[in-house]
Design a protein around this ligand. Structure first.
Ligand SMILES: Cc1cc2nc3c(=O)[nH]c(=O)nc-3n(C[C@H](O)[C@H](O)[C@H](O)COP(=O)(O)OP(=O)(O)OC[C@H]3O[C@@H](n4cnc5c(N)ncnc54)[C@H](O)[C@@H]3O)c2cc1C
Length: 402
């Protein structure tokens, strides 16, 4: 069987689904191809990730119709952030008041928080629901892709069940380990930090005051994302062997160990969810486009989670590319023209590369316990605290108030 679409999107993760929704009202016919079952997309399992979202992302999610589908109680405000180094109690404090001052824009809004936190499975569920409510989008689940080829006139995807999907443009949104990127012959800069991240929800008696913590301790990195109530999303980064031990500890022992790792700053912590481990691998694709082809989401830029920007960048790329396509449609032009795709590549690179590189540098310095790195780590926090423009820059990156 052969089906014709205008756009074929590979991967129904948050990026693929949001991109489909962004173009659902344009008259374009969109196919989304996903290897998981429809049931897994409709009711995604909790995956431990609590996604920190900027104001700009919240706005985009509202435009796409996702925001209103998420229970207000499940959206936690992120007011302030503190960055600690080693055993020192001195921290770099970044507050919502650091956002925006010094800008010239007259339309600038003052926010009472840096951003928001929403569980990833709730974002996925809302994205699935808006896609299902869009008649222009067809979802093909449990699909296995055998072949992808594109030429000057069209793109063609062959599935294992014999279906051939023809489209004007193919979008890869199939994760940072994108098989489509590889099939299209596009290389990527990949960095394996050799560490594993564990995420879970924990309850604690001491209030977090809606402040996020990033704690670059010696031999471990800890982060705490404040959820509504006396609960936090806890992120621990360790070498894989130590992580295996932590992942398999009995619950009481796990609670004791995590409370001790956080130096009991939030009292005795108690596990309130399942634990999930992720390898710490970052990816930046060498090219973001090809012939009738573009990469979005983590397939384009797979960020280090330390600055919590992966999905924020995903949404930014979706806004850039969908706007280019809408402009081409309005002018009666090809939605997969090389010039259009290159403009997307250039803009998305400009929006993501500086923070990608800066995050990398920070992650490397703070992952090292060598004496020069320890000196740099402590200095960065002391100096950063005194320099208002530096804090504004960090808050601006975190909150992305533009
Ligand atoms: C621990 C952790 C914490 C994070 N915290 C934050 C945060 O605070 N803020 C933030 O902005 N981001 C954060 N992120 C990043 C964020 O989760 C990702 O950027 C986002 O999930 C990427 O979405 P995606 O749709 O590009 O990819 P994915 O979520 O990886 O989805 C890819 C989809 O493609 C499908 N697929 C894969 N291969 C194929 C194939 N060959 N054929 C068909 N389908 C395929 C998969 O089944 C999946 O459904 C975090 C990530 C981690 C790991």
């Amino acid at each position: 069987m052969t089906t014709n679409s205008d756009i074929a999107i590979i991967g129904a993760g948050p990026a693929g689904l949001c991109f489909a929704r962004a173009l659902a009202d344009t008259g374009l016919k969109i196919a989304v191809i996903e290897r998981q079952t429809e049931a897994a997309l409709a009711d995604p399992a909790f995956d431990g990730r609590e996604i920190a979202l900027t104001h700009h992302s919240a706005q985009l999610m509202a435009q796409l119709g996702l925001w209103e589908r998420i229970d207000a109680q499940a959206i936690s405000p992120l007011r302030d952030a503190r960055v600690f180094n080693g055993s020192s109690l001195l921290s770099l404090n970044i507050g919502h008041s650091n956002i925006g001052h010094g800008k010239t824009s007259q339309t600038e809004t003052q926010h009472s928080e840096l951003g928001y936190l929403i569980a990833n499975h709730l974002i996925r569920k809302a994205a699935y629901e808006v896609v299902k409510a869009s008649p222009a989008i067809t979802l093909k689940t449990e699909a296995q892709i055998l072949n992808i080829k594109t030429d000057a006139n069209q793109a063609q995807i062959t599935l294992a069940d014999g279906e051939i999907i023809k489209a004007k443009l193919v979008i890869a949104a199939d994760s940072r380990f994108s098989e489509t990127r590889r099939a299209m012959g596009i290389a990527a800069d990949m960095h394996d930090f050799g560490k594993t991240m564990m995420v879970c929800v924990m309850e604690h008696p001491v209030s977090h005051a809606h402040t996020a913590w990033e704690w670059f301790d010696y031999g471990q990195t800890l982060a705490l994302l404040p959820m509504n109530g006396l609960r936090s999303s806890v992120v621990i980064t360790l070498p894989p062997d130590e992580m295996n031990h932590l992942m398999t500890l009995a619950e009481d022992d796990f609670n004791r160990e995590v409370s001790a790792r956080f130096k009991h700053r939030l009292g005795d912590m108690r596990l309130a969810s399942t634990r999930h481990a992720y390898p710490l691998v970052t990816v930046y694709s060498k090219r973001l486009v090809g012939q009738r082809f573009a990469l979005i989401g983590d397939a384009a830029v797979g960020m280090h989670p330390v600055t919590a920007h992966g999905f924020n960048f995903g949404l930014k790329g979706i806004a850039t590319l969908s706007a280019e396509i809408k402009t081409a449609l309005a002018a009666g032009k090809d939605i997969a023209a090389t010039s259009l795709l290159l403009r997307y590549e250039q803009t998305h690179r400009r929006n993501t590369k500086p923070l990608f590189l800066a995050t990398h540098a920070i992650a490397k310095i703070y992952a090292s316990d060598s004496p020069p790195a320890k000196f740099l780590r402590a200095s960065a926090i002391r100096i950063g605290n005194r320099i208002a423009p530096f804090k504004r820059a960090v808050a601006g990156f975190l909150a992305d108030a533009h």
